[in-house]
Design a protein around this ligand. Structure first.
Ligand code: ZN
Length: 284
């Protein structure tokens, strides 16, 4: 397994970890100065901005873009809204191409407002993913499905399991030596899965591991969305999962993604980046 101790260049910072407290230009500079190898920006940081100029700045700072976060939820109450969601995702994929992102990260969405039909949500997810895969291929952007912990099934992601995501990849793309559709494994969402080891190996064999996110699950967790922990502060055996990810052949950057408005987001970026570096060595 790769030793991350003293090797921030093997790691990337998801900008959400720094709480969106500064303009993207300052975040790029702070992440690069701390020695990290990559960055994963969010659409909220690009909206209304000169995306090519930001892309140039990221390249000039020597950073890779691991993933571009994230998709507009796909399932909708009617077909017109479904198409609107697809259109929004195509525009985001264009920006991912401009940014040179390794992949476009898809959080697929849950039930549309008023719906109790999760089967329909899953059907729309599959249909939408197939469309976006073709679009991504046409502009050179891989599509990374990120399954979310089932606690979000209603409002954020009807896709919960790594195995479901891999089944979907196989159904949509078939087996291929050079896949454009893959998965993003986030320890926060998959650590509890009894089949995790098996499914990481399966993803690796299929060359479908497009991203790997780390943080920790705190006990107690005060808020399942916004109380994520720094690696080492919770119950996830992050090094054990990373061992499986590395063994499966993943050679990409280890991305740190921590949603924590009540704690880490209140700290100066430079301090958060320092602690991340320490924990990547000791707890990742
Ligand atoms: Zn994630």
């Amino acid at each position: 397994m790769r030793d991350l101790s003293g090797h921030p260049e093997l790691c990337a910072i998801n900008t959400a970890t720094l709480g969106f407290q500064a303009p993207i230009e300052d975040v790029i500079e702070a992440v690069a100065r701390a020695g990290f190898g990559g960055i994963a920006p969010w659409r909220r940081e690009m909206e209304g901005r000169d995306v090519p100029a930001i892309a140039k700045r990221i390249r000039a700072a020597g950073l890779n873009v691991t993933g571009y976060c994230r998709s507009t939820y796909i399932p909708a109450a009617d077909h017109a809204s479904f198409l609107t969601n697809i259109g929004a995702n195509k525009r985001a994929i264009d920006d991912a191409a401009t940014l040179g992102a390794y992949s476009f990260v898809m959080v697929v969405g849950g039930l549309p407002a008023g719906s109790k039909n999760i089967a329909s949500a899953r059907q729309q997810m599959a249909e939408g993913t197939a469309i976006l895969l073709e679009y991504g291929k046409s502009v050179g952007v891989r599509i990374a499905l990120e399954p979310l912990h089932p606690v979000y099934a209603a409002d954020r992601s009807c896709l919960a399991l790594l195995s479901e995501a891999l089944d979907l990849c196989d159904t949509i793309e078939g087996s291929t030596a050079n896949p454009w559709l893959g998965v993003c494994a986030d320890v926060y969402h998959v650590w509890w899965d009894p089949n995790l080891k098996r499914d990481i190996a399966r993803a690796g064999t299929a060359k479908r591991i497009f991203g790997f996110h780390v943080c920790d699950w705190l006990v107690p967790t005060r808020d399942v969305l916004n109380d994520r922990g720094m690696m080492g502060d919770g119950v996830i055996d992050v090094p054990a999962i990373r061992f499986e990810i590395d063994a499966a052949g993943y050679g990409g950057l280890i991305e740190v993604e921590i949603f924590s408005p009540e704690n880490w987001w209140k700290k100066p970026m430079i301090e958060v980046l320092r602690v991340v570096q320490e924990r990547l060595g000791s707890a990742s």
